[in-house]
Design a protein around this ligand. Structure first.
Ligand code: SF4
Length: 258
């Protein structure tokens, strides 16, 4: 259910001046967010390259930065390997949130395991059950969250601010410290600081999500071309940051256990 967006005032942010955060370097935005919100601040990450940059940067500021990930149940082995590597290297606890078991059972009984291949609305349903609902649940525990979004990843992300009221979760502040970074800047940071990264990047992957919905792409294609590649007109979004619900999705949601 969409919620009303909190105003900057209600969140104690400097209203029209929010754009001033956009001029701050990523580390300054992170330091501000940590100072203001930790420990009610979560770095929410799928351990893609952007998330690894933020994790590395944030852990230099706050060693016990809270890191949250969603285990959809369909992640590639390489992502699990990386998460375990990160736990050892940074000495952090990774808080893991899983989908609601009853919702997954109902969805799979009705539509099968690989429902996402059959209809865009069923793909949205799978992302809703395995990603959106778990994220909503865990964000209830926080006042602000950090995401590794970049404006150049996708048209839908081109207008994001570094600090803003979360348009999907009323009462939360959403922080995107590397909103203005290029992919090259991300990889420069990773190499310079020897940050661990998902092994799939070395096999041609550019954006990494669930195993059945992600593949390698030839150089030169848009960054998210390897996600849900069988869908031609759909936005390459899973609903975590942008969600538009079709009539069919609404009907399917009515079947789910609450
Ligand atoms: Fe389901 Fe694919 Fe979305 Fe993962 S990315 S939640 S497997 S549709």
């Amino acid at each position: 259910m969409a919620q009303a967006v909190s105003t900057p005032d209600a969140l104690g942010l400097p209203g029209p001046d929010l754009a001033s955060y956009d001029r701050w370097p990523a580390a300054d935005v992170l330091a501000w967010g940590i100072e203001r919100f930790h420990p009610k601040l979560a770095l929410v990450t799928a351990f893609q390259a952007e998330g690894m940059v933020l994790l590395d940067m944030a852990s230099r500021i706050q060693r016990d930065i809270r890191v949250v990930t969603i285990d959809t149940g369909r992640l590639p082995d390489e992502t699990y390997e990386l998460i375990d590597q990160v736990r050892g290297r940074y000495g952090i606890v990774v808080e893991v949130v899983f989908p609601d078991a009853a919702q997954v059972e109902t969805m799979v009984e009705r539509h099968g395991f690989n429902l996402f291949r059959h209809d865009p609305a069923l793909r949205e349903l799978c992302c809703h059950v395995r990603k959106v609902v778990p994220l909503d649940r865990i964000l209830d525990r926080f006042d602000a969250w950090i995401a590794g979004l970049r404006r150049s990843q996708d048209e839908l992300r081109s207008g994001i601010g570094k600090v803003a009221p979360d348009a999907k979760h009323a009462g939360l502040v959403k922080i995107a410290p590397i909103a203005d970074w290029s992919r090259e800047q991300v990889w420069n940071y990773i190499h310079e600081h020897k940050v661990p990264y998902n092994a799939l990047y070395d096999r041609g992957y550019v954006s990494i999500g669930c195993a059945p919905c992600t593949r390698a792409v030839p150089p030169g294609l848009p960054e998210r071309a390897g996600r849900w590649w069988w869908e031609s007109d759909q936005a390459k979004e899973c609903g975590l940051h942008h969600e538009s619900r079709s009539q069919r999705l609404e009907q399917e949601l009515a079947w789910l256990p609450k």
